[in-house]
Design a protein around this ligand. Structure first.
Ligand code: SAH
Ligand code: SF4
Ligand code: F3S
Length: 447
C-alpha cells in the first residue's frame, strides 16, 4: 500500500451485541485522542472502522460487501477511505480478510483494539497490519479516560465465554471468561458518572460469571459489585446483561429485592423449552430448572420484567420439541425477548450435526414463536398502564416538546413536557403499544 495522509475524520460502524457497541465507543475515543473527529452525518469518513459480529448468518459476506461499497464511494469522491475491520469477524477470519480485501489496511480483534493507534501509524506509512492477539485484560488499562457520554452508559465488566454451547462462536472469538478487577470498575463507574451517566448497564457475555475481590479483599460475585456501584452518588440506575442460568447465585437474586438502584429487569436466555434440545446445545440447564430460577427472581422482585433469547430450528429439533418452547413461553410470559433462526457457524459442533432443519420450517417456527412473544410483550405493556414510574430521558422525540426514555422495566416511554436529556422524570403510563408507551409527566425528580 502507498503511504497516505493521516485521516482527519472517522466513522465506527458497530454491528454486534452491546459489548461490540461498547468496543466501538472505546475505539472512537482512541481515535478522538489522536485528534481525528467523527465524520459529519451524511459525509464519507477518511477512516472507517467496521466493527463486525460473527454470531449469525453470512456475517463475513456482509463485511466484504460493505468494503466494496466503501471503495466505490471513495472512487467516486476521488479519495479512498482507510478501512479497519474490527470485532468478531476480524478475530475469526482476520487472515482471509487481509488476503481477500486489499482495500483493508487494518484488522484488529476484540481483545487487541487498544493497539489501533499504533496500527494507524503503520497504515499511514502504507503498511497493512493484523492484530488478533488475546491479551484480554491488558486492553482496558490501555484505553483513554471516558469523556462526555449519554445518560445511559455501558460498562464491560466481564468478557469471554467458557460455556461452549454447540451452536455458538463466542468462545472462539472472545476467548476465555475473564473478570475485570473490582477497583478498576468502581473507578470507571465514577468517571462515567462524572461524565454524565446516570444509568449504567454492566456488560459481559456471561456477566453473572463476574467475580472479584472487593476493597476489603473479600471474594464477591456480581451482586457484590452491584452493591458497591449502587453506593456511588449520582448514579441512579444499574442493569446487567447477559446472564447464563448456570452462573446465577442467591446473592444476585436477593439483590433484586434489596438494591433500589438495580432495575427490575432480567435478560436470561433459555434457547429452547425442550430438554433433549438443550442437552444437544450443551446448555447446562433444563426447562424446569430455568423456570424454577425465574420463580425465585419473581419472589424477590414481583414486578421484574423477564427477557430471553431463543433459537428455533436447532439441528434435529422436531415439531413436538419446538412446541415445548412455545409452552415455556406461555408459562413465563416474557416482557420482551429475542428469537433467532439457527445459523450454522463454521467450526462449531452443531454445524455438522445430523438433521439440519429446512429454512422454510425454521421460518414457520420463528413466525409462531414471534406471535407468542409479541402477544406477551403487548400484554406486559398494557398491564403497565396506570403505573407511575421514573423515566430516564435519553433523547428528543420526533416532534417538538417530545422526549423519549426508558422505564425501570426497559420499556421505551415517550411524553411531552419541558425536559432535558438526563432528567429523571416521574410519569404515569397512559397508553401502550407493542414497542412503546405514552407517559404523562407528574414530576421531574432531579436534573
Ligand atoms: N452469552 C449470551 C449471548 C450470546 S449471543 C448468552 O449465552 O446468552 C446472543 C444470542 O444469539 C444467543 O443467546 C443465542 O440465542 C443467539 N445465537 C448464538 N449463536 C447462534 C447461532 N449459531 N444461530 C442462531 N442464534 C444464535
Ligand atoms: Fe455462546 Fe453459550 Fe457462551 Fe452464550 S453461553 S456466549 S450462547 S457459548
Ligand atoms: Fe457478535 Fe461478537 Fe457480540 S459475534 S454478538 S459481536 S460477541
Amino acid at each position: 500500500m502507498k503511504p497516505t495522509n493521516p485521516p482527519k475524520t472517522y466513522r465506527v460502524k458497530s454491528f454486534g451485541c452491546q459489548m461490540n457497541v461498547y468496543d466501538g465507543e472505546r475505539m472512537a475515543e482512541l481515535l478522538g485522542e489522536r485528534g481525528i473527529t467523527p465524520a459529519p452525518e451524511g459525509e464519507e469518513a477518511d477512516l472507517v472502522v467496521l466493527n463486525t459480529c460473527h454470531i449469525r448468518e453470512k456475517a463475513a459476506e456482509k463485511v466484504y460487501s460493505d468494503i466494496g461499497r466503501l471503495v466505490k464511494a471513495g472512487e467516486e469522491r476521488g479519495q479512498k477511505p482507510m478501512i479497519a475491520v474490527a470485532g468478531c469477524v476480524a478475530q475469526a477470519e482476520g487472515e482471509e480478510i487481509m488476503a481477500r480485501a486489499p482495500a483493508v489496511s487494518m484488522v484488529v480483534g476484540p481483545q487487541a483494539y487498544h493497539r489501533l493507534p499504533e496500527m494507524l501509524d503503520k497504515a499511514v506509512q502504507g503498511e497493512r497490519a493484523t492484530d488478533t492477539d488475546m491479551p484480554a485484560i491488558a486492553k482496558f488499562g490501555a484505553l483513554p479516560a471516558r469523556r462526555k457520554i449519554g445518560p445511559a452508559a455501558f460498562l464491560t465488566v466481564q468478557e469471554g465465554c467458557d460455556k461452549f454451547c454447540t451452536y455458538c462462536v463466542v468462545p472462539y472469538t472472545r476467548g476465555a471468561e475473564i473478570s475485570r478487577p473490582f477497583s478498576d470498575l468502581v473507578g470507571e463507574t465514577q468517571r462515567l458518572v462524572e461524565a454524565g451517566a446516570r444509568e449504567i448497564t454492566l456488560l459481559g457475555q456471561n456477566v453473572n460469571a463476574w467475580s472479584g475481590e472487593d476493597d476489603k479483599g473479600r471474594a464477591v460475585g456480581l451482586a457484590g459489585l452491584i452493591r458497591a456501584l449502587a453506593a456511588i452518588d449520582g448514579l441512579e440506575r444499574l442493569r446487567y446483561t447477559t446472564s447464563h442460568p448456570a452462573d446465577m447465585d442467591d446473592a444476585l437474586i436477593a439483590a433484586h429485592g434489596e438494591v433500589a438502584k438495580l432495575m427490575p429487569y432480567l435478560h436470561l436466555p433459555v434457547q429452547s423449552g425442550n430438554d433433549r434440545v438443550l442437552k444437544a446445545m450443551n446448555r447446562s440447564h433444563t426447562a424446569e430448572s430455568y423456570l424454577r430460577l425465574l420463580e425465585r427472581f419473581r419472589a424477590a422482585r414481583p414486578d421484574i420484567a423477564l427477557s430471553g433469547d431463543f433459537i428455533v430450528g436447532f439441528p434435529g429439533e422436531t415439531e413436538a420439541e419446538f412446541e415445548d418452547t412455545l409452552k415455556l413461553v406461555d408459562e413465563v410470559r416474557y416482557a420482551q425477548a429475542y428469537s433467532f433462526k439457527y445459523s450454522p457457524r463454521p467450526g462449531t459442533p452443531a454445524a455438522t450435526m445430523e438433521g439440519q432443519i429446512a429454512p422454510e420450517v425454521m421460518d414457520e417456527r420463528l413466525q409462531r414463536l414471534l406471535a407468542s412473544l409479541n402477544r406477551d410483550q403487548l400484554a406486559f405493556n398494557q398491564a403497565s398502564i396506570g403505573r407511575t414510574c421514573q423515566v430516564l430521558v435519553e433523547r428528543k422525540g420526533k416532534h417538538a416538546g417530545q422526549w423519549l426514555g426508558k422505564s425501570p422495566w426497559l420499556q421505551s416511554v415517550w411524553f411531552e413536557a419541558d425536559a432535558a436529556i438526563g432528567d429523571l422524570v416521574e410519569v404515569e403510563l397512559a397508553e401502550a403499544g407493542p414497542n412503546s408507551l405514552r407517559g404523562i409527566v407528574r414530576a421531574t425528580v432531579a436534573a
